[in-house]
Design a protein around this ligand. Sequence first.
Ligand code: PEP
Ligand code: MG
Length: 545
Amino acid sequence: MKQYQGKSVYGAVAIGKISVFRRQEVSVKRVHTEDSPGEIKRVEQAEARAAQQLQEIYDKALREVGETNAQIFAIHQMMLEDEDYNDSIRNIIETQKVNAEYAVAVTSDNFAEMFRSMDDAYMQARSADIKDISNRIIRNLEAGEADGAAENDQMIVCADDLAPSETVSLDKDKVLAFVTAHGSSNSHTAILARNMNIPAIIGVGDAFLSEIRDGQTAAVDGFTGTILVDPDPETLAQMEHKQQQDLEQKKLLLDLKGKPNVTKDGTKVNIFANIGGVDNIGAVLLNDAGGIGLFRSEFLYLENQDYPTEEQQFAAYRKVLESMAGKKVIIRTMDIGADKQADYFQLDKEENPALGYRAIRICLTRPEIFRTQLRALYRASVYGNLGIMFPMITSVSEVQEILGICQSVREELQAEGIVYADNVELGIMIETPAAAVISDLLAPLVDFFSVGTNDLTQYTLACDRQNPNLERFCDTHHEAILRLIAMAAKNAHANGAWIGICGELAADTSLTEDFLRMGIDELSVSPGFVLKVRDAVRKLDLSKA
Ligand code: PEP
Ligand code: MG
């Protein structure tokens, strides 16, 4: 058995035979020709054929993955008509006296390079689109056959990378999973895979492709981003079990999708999802979460080699807000420090990092970092329904200082003529015992509380959450924790604020009844747990003692 690790694009399990995707290589020779008008005519004919092919692909995508995802092929059609692109091809044919194939290939390289060198990740990903349409024109010029995967039934398609058109052209009924050696999660291929609900892993690396063969058995774990080739019987059985569980979860999903989170006696609760980045939105939507209760924005910082710029952050927040189409999105300001270290912050080594310089403490001592994030958040606020929350709060004065900084950022934006929504809710995390104990003083200052039970447990029970040896002392159902949550809930409601739970405990269905009886308004859990919690809520009857 051989194991490879990549990045998960869509979480599901697939077991089957490998089919290595082979495309007809486009190799172009430079041929001298004086017949420039003839070559230009050939390009025009090849482009007309490409336009027709793209229309067929667009129609197929429209049927299978919807209009938003099909849009890329409409864009490809527009790219085909782009004046600069076509001028470049003609110029090369006429000035260099070369064949059409060569002129298209050079233009393709130049334009792809131009996109690749842009700062914006989205624009960079467009270089693959340019290559895709150019190769199509070249194949048409050479009157080549269409690309295609092997004819095997039900295959795990493995490729170096897949162009969007290649992805959507595959017969969906025959594809068990995609695994690619390269690729970015921002590419349309990844987006399509997610929307086609096909387990997909990208970025597995070159070694993978050179080592696999057609027909080998493989198990793709789209949850962990792992592909196991020639799994041993025990591993295979484990993967089959995981697949079975996943299918049961999907069945649950079908039954519960669209149903309200309401108990038998009519008590309602919001069930939201936690995410670490834009990539997770597909899972949020798939699992029918009512909103996002915790976007751990520090992952943007952890993925970067340097402080993410205001523009980078704005693009990410906007994307999440737009994707959630008006549903609530609560973004937590960065919680760097303790176990989440980014070198460029140059934080001193600490004896007790969990009790040290982290989260809001960094923001309040290095306000330039905080203000950049707040500017990006407020700018993005007009694209949806935003709430901002602040981690690791321990005192009233911290909250007052934060609110002052938010006010000053809003004034700054206003002075610059930049719009922001005026209904952005501001909340704090209740994840220190101090915050819970003074929640009566904190609640009047904010719109909401969100209980971070992971840290609240660590700090209340003095149990390092990173230390697996403390498990027997770390009773997550400890009466002290439940009392602190109940106290925060009572104080929130007494002051007109709402309260959610976004730590792991929110998904513990043995506590769902206790939480609802405390009056918790929102439970925010990993996307895959949304329906499990909905199921638990709908089985409860709070009118019974
Ligand atoms: C928590 O502490 O419960 C929480 C949600 O925050 P994190 O796990 O990111 O520290
Ligand atoms: Mg926490």
